[in-house]
Design a protein around this ligand. Structure first.
Ligand code: AMP
Length: 280
């Protein structure tokens, strides 16, 4: 695996590969890699000649400085896992490679999805995500971009970003299903910050999502959401939202006659977790 720390040589290297008609698949991450990330990398390796992973903990998408400060870092282990997974290129930039001198901050008109759910509880988060993904697309410009369904709203934001930046025909988005632990807990770098007891309690998020899926037609949605929130609160979660939404717009839904997704964000101890489940 080749590790690039600088943007320009990486762009030049990839340009040469593209001239040789090689397909490039890209998996952007913030490191602390787990099987979920590796499933994206495997998917990329199946359908591209070269797979590139980036590891960059982007400060501009953290609205909470404590979350940024404590974001797990396991770079040596990450590199080992990448080599084992067959990843050919790692981009490991310093902050100044992404936000270089003279870098002009942009504003992205992401529309209504920017300020609901994650956007409401993490003001500025999706501007930060858009900023870093826009920069990474300038540098890497892959044929295929791999994203996890685990960050459902983020996938929608990045789709919108591709339209806004005129890349929607150039770069194919591939959304990979959420990889879970055997007990249902969605894999996440932030799980490293949970102790054993919290890890077991955290499975309740998935259990509540499944309960909603199984009872979708048996109770009004307001009732289903209220029960899920109460159950999580009773075991010590602080719930930001538990929403049943239209899968295409993320607007609150009230009937099962539309494509639905349930989305949840809840904090246990000091760790904020998100998850979602397609309902129909
Ligand atoms: P992160 O390092 O958290 O920014 O995640 C990098 C990419 O991996 C994003 O596209 C995530 O949605 C994806 N991802 C994170 N967790 C999982 C998971 N459990 N299953 C599948 N993809 C995931």
């Amino acid at each position: 695996m080749i590790i690039f720390k600088k943007a320009k040589p990486l762009t030049a290297y990839l340009l040469n590969l593209k001239k040789e008609n090689k397909k490039i698949g890209f998996v952007p991450t913030m490191g602390a890699l787990h099987e979920g990330h590796l499933s994206l990398l495997r998917e990329a390796s199946k359908n591209n000649d070269y797979t590139i992973c980036s590891i960059f903990v982007n400060p501009t998408q953290f609205n909470n400085p404590e979350d940024f400060k404590h974001y797990p870092k396991t770079i040596e282990k990450d590199i080992e896992q990448l080599v084992l997974s067959g990843c050919k290129i790692l981009f490991l930039p310093h902050l100044t490679e992404i936000y270089h001198r003279g870098y002009q901050k942009k504003h992205y008109n992401l529309g209504p999805i920017e300020n609901i759910l994650e956007g409401f509880y993490r003001p500025g988060h999706f501007q930060g995500v858009s900023e870093v993904v826009d920069r990474l697309m300038q540098i890497v410009s892959p044929h295929n971009l791999y994203l996890g369904q685990k960050d459902f709203q983020q996938c929608m934001v990045i789709k919108k970003l591709m339209e806004l930046t005129g890349r929607e025909n150039e770069i194919q988005l591939v959304v990979v299903p959420t990889l879970r632990e055997k007990n249902g807990l969605a894999m996440s770098s932030r799980n490293l910050r949970l102790d054993q007891n919290e890890k077991e309690l955290a499975t309740s998020i998935y259990n509540e999502l499944m309960a909603i899926k199984n009872r979708l037609t048996s109770s009004p949605f307001e009732q289903l959401k209220k029960t899920a929130v109460l159950n999580l609160e009773n075991i010590g979660f602080q719930v930001d939202y538990f929403e049943i939404a239209n899968r295409e717009t993320l607007a609150t839904a009230n009937t099962p006659n539309e494509p639905l997704v349930a989305l949840v964000a809840a904090t246990l101890g000091k760790v904020r977790l998100i998850d979602n489940l397609i309902l129909n």
